[in-house]
Design a protein around this ligand. Sequence first.
Ligand SMILES: [Zn+2]
Ligand SMILES: [Zn+2]
Length: 282
Amino acid sequence: MYNWKSATADNTPFMYNWKSATADNTPFMYNWKSATADYNINTKNHYKKRNRMKYQLETIPIWDTYEKETECPLCFLQQKLEKQNISFFLGSSVMEPDIRKKVNESGFCQTHFTMLYDEGNRLSLSLMIHSHLLLLLKGLGKFKKNLGHKSYTEYILSLKNKKYECVLCRRLEKALKRYTFTIVYLWKKEEEFRDTFQKSRGFCFSHFSDCISMADEVLSSKKKDQFLQEIYTLQMKNLVRIEEDIHWFIQKHDYKNSDKSWKNSKDAPKRTIQKLIGKIPR
Ligand SMILES: [Zn+2]
Ligand SMILES: [Zn+2]
């Protein structure tokens, strides 16, 4: 069995170039359900022919995050990716035609526009919002022409749906899927990871459900039942811990407990909110 953890000396995630791996240039998808032998780097060509991998494996960031013992590994990675993407969009990417085109068309959601603004690089941001505004102005012009026609409601609907089109949200979603896939993959393939997984602090509710959906998508029904049992035990144990922490935080505000220790409850509100909403509060 291949050891994913020590796979790369330069600490970069092990990745195939799935795009170039297939002649027809479609993403290469791996189907665990039809795989009959353990995945091994030495047999990757064999697998390339037989299976199609939908998600890239990114084992190093997963192992690194699990070593940090966070309340939710996927929240931690999401926050890290969010910061990287904010720098990306305010950096030279703004000049790349395909990125520029996507930003012009979709823009960002409230959260990410606020984060981009707070970063302080107003020139890069202004270039993006100017082009985006020009495109929206063009749309508004068409709306005027079509008043009274069917496309009037389509236009309103497109404005209402804008918040779901954020370029940065879409990039995060894609990356998070790869990470979720890798967690489920490692759980299935690596005993050492499975042990780490069971001893971890579980997930927030949002990423807990993402893991279950991923297991549903990629595991056989027998493995999925096993995964569900383990993730349920993990989640219950850690939510009980969080409940005790937040409960003690409240009790500590009673003068009768003022001399007692805070135990692990000092940052309990922050960790509880993270478990509830799937985002680490700032
Ligand atoms: Zn989370
Ligand atoms: Zn967004």
